[in-house]
Write a protein that binds this ligand. Sequence first.
Ligand code: ZN
Length: 125
Amino acid sequence: MDELILNQKKRDMLKKTVKKQIGKTTHVFQLQAENLHELIMESKKMSFPDVLNCNNCNSSDLILDANKAKSHNFTFIRCLKCNSKVHFSNPKENSDVFYLKTRVQKNDGLEIKVLDWRNTTNEKV
Ligand SMILES: [Zn+2]
């Protein structure tokens, strides 16, 4: 009986496909929620744009990568050519939300936000 209810509930879930292009690869994420509001809220958790090229060497050989440290989990985009990385950040108060770190860069006197690519060649991966 419980299983039947669970299955019924699963059928009623709304689904949404979110595609994010990282380098040459298109990553397809299937989201689901019980109603439209929850579904849109779910999609907002992946609050980052497509990233086509490394900001340091312009390569499109990029991968989504992650590793675990003692106190923190790291998720990032890594350039396979020059090993630069741009990290995802997730605010502690809502740790399911991910966005890419940015920094302010001056461009002709204007301050613009750019992705915070860091070259990590000398760091341990
Ligand atoms: Zn690169």
